[in-house]
Ligand binder design. Structure first.
Ligand code: NAP
Length: 295
């Protein structure tokens, strides 16, 4: 490489300066995350002096990691598996939406005050609307999982006028806790919890219009939930929060003749909302989408 070519390649790379604002994502595992790629591409396109970094945070280190947002003057972070609920007590303030959902995926450092918000819930709804194939109003849904993502998606479904919501989870008690919180959110729909088993999935999916996966199990083809293929049929709409294009569940939905949607649109939309919170700038959604097209 000539000296001129070398200099030009250096100048087009991310430049971190003394005043560069740092944001990132706390999670465990974290190596799979696409968020740094999406946000750093968007910062570069808008010429914003920000950088987005992945942080591997084990459960036992979450409290000190949250303190470091203030101590290291990070502008904010996203929070992912498994910290979305556990982070609540360590924050200074929650937005009404994060409070109602009981899960935080975005923290904003406002002059040393750590504010927890949830962009997963509106991000999910926007991506469903953008896709345009399924309207949850007056429909029946089965959601697999009871963690932070299941909370956000459940709240979005209640807001959209769902008629019935069944929470199927490996740990029954966790599902029950979520159901009692959702009932405070809205009294209208029929909501109950069930323990994950093949029989329960078969029975509940027979009487449902929508099946949503809000667990990380999609990469494990032997997981009980993903024997779901046996229970899928063309009358169902299937959503997988995982953002790989071809998860085992989505492939099973395709084979069963069911319409389906993956989690990539939700990832982009929740990220766009976090982006505008941290930067105060209109999110460049098309650039964010473009950054993930050839992931
Ligand atoms: P979380 O709070 O840790 O909850 C995980 C849930 O998955 C729990 O209900 C857990 O059940 C269940 N689970 C875990 N392993 C399981 C297994 N082997 N079999 C059955 N159930 C299992 O995690 P989260 O933050 O909600 O994230 C869930 C997934 O959603 C992750 O894969 C994440 O990447 C994805 N996600 C995608 C987007 C997007 O924008 N597309 C946004 C957020 C999250 P127990 O209660 O029994 O432990």
């Amino acid at each position: 490489m000539t000296e001129a070519a070398l200099l030009s390649s250096i100048s087009s790379a991310v430049t971190v300066k003394g005043a560069t604002k740092i944001v990132g994502v706390f999670g465990d595992p974290i190596a799979h995350t696409l968020s740094p790629k999406m946000h750093n591409f968007a910062f570069a396109q808008l010429n914003l002096d920000f950088i987005y970094l992945p942080f591997l945070v084990h459960r036992e280190n979450l409290k000190s990691a949250v303190e470091s947002i203030r101590n290291l003057n990070l502008a904010g972070v996203n929070v992912t598996i498994p910290h979305k609920e556990a982070i609540l007590p360590y924050l200074d303030e929650l937005t009404p939406l994060a409070q109602a959902i009981g899960a935080v995926n975005t923290v904003w450092n406002r002059r040393g005050k750590l504010i927890g918000h949830n962009t997963d819930s509106p991000g999910f709804l926007t991506s469903l609307k953008e896709d345009g194939k399924f309207d949850p109003r007056n429909k029946r849904a089965v959601i697999l999982g009871s963690g932070g993502t299941a909370r956000a998606i459940s709240a979005a479904l209640l807001e959209s006028g769902i008629k019935k919501l069944v929470i199927v989870n490996r740990t029954f008690e966790r599902g029950q806790t979520l159901v009692s919180q959702l009932k405070k959110f809205s009294q209208q729909p029929e909501i109950y919890a069930a323990k994950l088993s093949a029989e329960i999935l078969r029975e509940e999916l027979r009487n449902s219009d929508l099946f949503l996966n809000a667990t990380p199990t999609g990469m494990d083809t032997t997981a009980l939930a993903f024997q779901a293929e046996k229970f899928l049929s063309p009358h169902l709409f299937v959503f997988d929060a995982l953002y790989a294009k071809a998860t085992p569940l989505l492939l099973a939905a395709q084979r069963a003749g069911a319409a389906y949607l993956g989690g990539l649109g939700m990832l982009i939309r929740q990220g766009a909302l976090s982006f505008s919170l941290w930067t105060g700038v209109e999110p460049p959604v098309n650039f964010m989408r473009q950054s993930l097209e050839n992931k």
